[in-house]
Design a protein around this ligand. Structure first.
Ligand code: ATP
Length: 434
């Protein structure tokens, strides 16, 4: 794991059908990436695990799926129209643009000098409907949190949740990053998994601690190397003005220690701002014994997770090289929750109809129970093992001539390369046990 490089990760991701450059046949589009067959399975596994842990397994969480296009007044209220910007500098010589806080004193490309720093708003602007004037301007959402706050009242009115409770959303967000970089670490089109957890003002500290622990719970369950994760307490001067406490969860990526996730205490800033700008009553009628029927503005704890950064941290955490049978091999040590394919099934030879027929029957049986099961009959067995190792498939099942006699198959373990004979009827219990 120590010597994993970005070149190795990017190359494996492309070669094995995880992640391709966006619009590649047209020369790509900076800051966009497309997910191939294993990438989309991995991504769905991550999102499903997150949804399961933070929405379905809890009684205090409510999921929503809000529109990406929102009334632009919501982004005025949240402060994004005025202030969602990064400092931009342009090189006087080559005219290239950089983020001032990442660029240093001189142009990294041509050593030219920079002009004045100016603020660059990162929201993607678009127009709604046929008119292309100021009145039709809208934005692609730069974060999923906005859709949660504008639906706070809807969720309260339709479900009557008791404090503390949270609203969760997974979805696309768009940021016109000045310099997308580091593969899928900094992209212009991303997915976020966000929670706004509403608490009584005096109870934010204990809820902040509980969410910090819950975030570690997810990091561990998804399979990110916890020894590469570090907490950074964001100091007062670096925090958003409304935040009383923020922790960045940083991960040791091959290009340095960088933000993976964030956890922020946002006070009642958002609900107050949306109440003021929309005119809606967003106060919460607290009729619990403690609340005494008073209307209060709940305070908010916000755990925020990026899907792309999760994928990258997982690839880095899972990447392994070792020696097996006298050869160097590469494999991805995904856990069973993350692995895009759980089992691969092969006939030993693809030109022997009896073997193929039996292998198909075994494949169909496993696939009914474990949908992320793959058929593979390309190349010889050694090639198939190497391919499945790089996909991160925990088990390969080979159907050979002995299978036709005794109904046993070879099960090969990804991590050790060890092979054992297992009766077909024992396969499903064997896989569900691991
Ligand atoms: P950074 O400082 O790296 O730009 P940020 O502090 O602006 O990130 P947040 O606004 O807190 O990020 O967004 C929440 C989460 O969304 C981040 O922790 C990260 O996982 C993810 N994220 C944010 N911007 C991007 C991006 N451009 N590409 C991929 N993921 C992103």
């Amino acid at each position: 794991m120590a010597d994993v490089t970005m070149e190795k990760i990017v190359s494996l991701a492309k070669r094995r059908g995880f992640i391709y450059p966006g619009s590649e046949i047209y020369g790509g589009l900076s800051g966009t990436w497309d997910y191939g067959p294993f990438g989309v399975e991995l991504k769905n596994n991550i999102k499903n695990l997150w949804w399961r842990m933070f929405v379905q397994d809890r009684a205090d969480m409510y999921g929503i799926d809000a529109a990406i296009l929102m009334n632009p007044r919501a982004w005025e209220a949240s402060g994004h129209v005025a202030g969602f910007s990064d400092p931009l500098v342009e090189c006087k010589k080559c005219k290239r643009r950089f983020r001032a806080d990442h660029a240093g004193d001189a142009c990294p490309e041509c050593k030219g000098t920079f002009g004045e720093v100016r603020q660059f708003n990162m929201m993607f602007k678009t127009h709604i409907g046929a008119a292309e004037d100021e009145s039709s301007v809208s934005y692609l959402r730069p974060e999923t949190a906005g859709g949660i706050f504008v639906n706070f009242k809807n969720v309260v009115d339709s479900l009557h949740p008791k404090l503390p409770f949270g609203i969760a959303q997974i979805g696309k967000a768009f940021r016109n990053e000045i310099a997308p970089r580091d593969f899928i670490f900094r992209v212009r089109e991303m997915e976020q998994m966000e929670i706004e957890y509403f608490v009584r003002p005096g109870e934010w500290e204990k809820n902040f601690e509980a969410w910090k622990n819950a975030m570690y719970g997810f990091i561990d369950a998804v399979g990110i190397a916890t020894d590469r994760v570090h907490e950074l307490e964001v100091l007062e001067g670096d925090r958003a003005h409304y935040s009383k406490r923020t922790i960045d969860f940083e991960f040791e990526f091959p290009f340095g220690r960088k933000e993976l996730y964030g956890l922020a205490y946002r006070t009642d800033f958002d609900l107050l701002a949306h109440a003021k700008h929309s005119g809606a009553e967003l106060g919460y009628l607290d009729d619990s014994p403690d609340g005494g029927g008073k209307r209060i503005m709940p305070h908010v704890i916000e755990p925020s997770f990026g899907v792309e950064r999760t994928i990258l941290a997982l690839l880095v955490s899972a990447y392994r090289e070792d020696e097996l049978g006298g050869e160097t091999r590469t494999y991805l040590k995904f856990n069973s929750a993350a692995a895009p394919i759980k089992v691969a099934v092969f006939p030993l030879l693809k030109n022997k109809p009896q073997l193929v027929e039996k292998a198909r029957a075994v494949f169909d049986m496993i696939k009914k129970d474990i949908p992320q099961t793959m058929w593979d009959d390309n190349g010889n067995i050694g090639k198939r093992y190497r391919r499945q190792d790089e996909i991160g498939t925990p088990f390969c099942v080979t159907i050979d001539f002995d299978t036709l006699e005794d109904d046993t198959v070879t099960v090969r373990d990804r991590d050790t390369g060890a092979q054992e004979r297992v009766a077909v009827r024992d396969l499903l219990p064997r896989f569900s046990a691991s």
